[in-house]
Design a protein around this ligand. Structure first.
Ligand SMILES: O=P(O)(O)OC[C@H]1O[C@H](O)[C@H](O)[C@@H](O)[C@@H]1O
Length: 296
C-alpha cells in the first residue's frame, strides 16, 4: 500500500533505488534517506544545517553515508565475533516508509511533521542477518518541529531474548572542533578507546587529539558550545551511553570519504546504548532510544 504523504513531505531520488524524503515545515527542513533511515540534514528556520555531511560521502548501496545520523544497530562498533560490518546492518539496509503525518501544535506537544520508517529481518540481506539471526522489527520515527526528535524503537518479534547495542551517531556541524566543548558529562565514567583505558570526566569535554570515548551509565543532556555559534542541545531518553568522537588528522586522512581537513567541521555526540549499557530485549518487548536536538 503506498503511503499518502502530506504536502509537507515530498520524495526525491535517494541511494540506489531508495528514496530521499524531504520534510519542509515552517520551523525547518529535514532530509531523510530511506537507505539506512539516515537523516542527512536538519536546517531550522533562519538557521544553518545542524548536521555535517561529508562532501566526499559515497551514496552507494553497501556503503554508509558519511555524516548526518547513521543508525548503528543491532550492534555498535565492530561485530562481537568480527564477522559482520562495523555498526551493524541498519545503516546499509533500505527501510520502508510506514507513515508521514502532520502533528497539531497544542499546549502539551509542539507540532511538526512525523515520519516513520520500519525494518525487519525480512528487509535485510541474509548475509548480514546470518551474524545476528533474530526476528525483530525496528521503527525509526523522526519528528521535525521547533526541535528535532529521532527515535529508534526495537521490538523482539521472536521467541528468544537478544542483545542490542546501538547509537544515533549524530555528526554535529561545528565551526572548528578544536574550539568546541561538550558540557553535561562532568563526573561520568568513560571508556577511552584511543588510550584503551577507563577514566572519569572532569569538567567539560575539550578535544585536542583523536577522541573516541564511550561515556556509560549516563542519561544526561549534553550541549555543544562554541563561541560565535548557537549552542546545540542534545537531550535523550532510553539511552545510558553517550559517545564523543572525532578522528582528528591521521584517522581522517585515512578515511576515503572525509576530506583531509574535513574533521575540523564536525563533532559526533552520539545517543547510544553500548558496552555495559547493551540492552537485552525479551520476546515481545520494545526498547526505544530517542535523541532530541535543539538550537539556540
Ligand atoms: O567509520 P565508521 O564505521 O562510521 O565509524 C566511525 C566511528 O564511530 C564511533 O564513533 C566509534 O566509537 C568509532 O570507533 C568509529 O571510528
Amino acid at each position: 500500500m503506498p503511503v499518502t504523504l502530506p504536502p509537507s513531505v515530498h520524495v526525491e531520488p535517494g541511494v540506489g533505488d531508495a528514496e530521499l524524503l524531504v520534510i519542509e515545515t515552517p520551523s525547518g527542513t529535514a532530509r531523510l534517506h530511506t537507505y539506512g533511515a539516515h537523516l542527512v540534514s536538519w536546517v531550522p528556520a533562519d538557521g544553518a544545517d545542524v548536521l555535517w555531511v561529508s562532501p566526499r560521502s559515497a551514496y552507494t548501496p553497501g556503503a554508509a553515508i558519511r555524516g548526518g545520523v547513521p543508525l548503528c544497530f543491532p550492534w555498535f562498533g565492530p561485530h562481537p565475533s568480527g564477522t559482520g560490518p562495523a555498526h551493524g546492518f541498519a545503516r546499509t539496509s533500505v527501510w520502508r516508509l510506514v507513515e508521514a503525518t502532520d502533528l497539531p501544535d497544542d499546549d502539551a506537544h509542539p507540532g511538526g511533521v512525523a515520519v516513520t520508517l520500519a525494518l525487519t529481518e525480512q528487509d535485510v540481506d541474509p548475509a548480514l542477518t546470518s551474524v545476528w539471526p533474530h526476528p525483530f522489527e525496528a521503527r525509526v520515527r523522526l519528528v521535525v518541529g521547533r526541535e528535532l526528535s529521532l527515535s529508534l524503537a526495537v521490538t523482539n518479534t521472536g521467541g528468544t531474548t537478544f542483545a542490542v547495542s546501538e547509537a544515533l551517531h549524530t555528526y554535529l556541524a561545528v565551526g572548528d572542533v578544536r574550539r568546541a566543548i561538550v558540557t553535561g558529562l562532568d563526573g561520568a565514567t568513560y571508556v577511552d578507546k584511543v588510550a584503551d583505558d577507563v577514566r572519569v570526566q572532569v569538567g567539560p569535554v575539550t578535544l585536542d587529539r583523536e577522541t573516541d570515548r564511550v561515556y556509560t551509565g549516563t542519561g544526561a543532556t549534553t550541549q555543544v558550545v562554541e563561541s560565535g555559534r548557537p549552542t546545540v542541545t542534545v537531550a535523550k531518553s532510553g539511552s545510558r551511553s553517550t559517545v564523543v568522537w572525532n578522528p582528528w588528522v591521521a584517522k581522517a586522512a585515512a578515511m576515503a570519504d572525509v576530506p583531509d581537513d574535513g574533521w575540523t567541521g564536525f563533532l559526533c555526540v552520539e545517543t547510544a546504548n553500548a558496552l555495559d549499557d547493551t540492552l537485552t530485549v525479551e520476546p515481545g518487548e520494545t526498547r526505544t532510544i530517542t535523541t532530541r536536538l535543539s538550537v539556540g
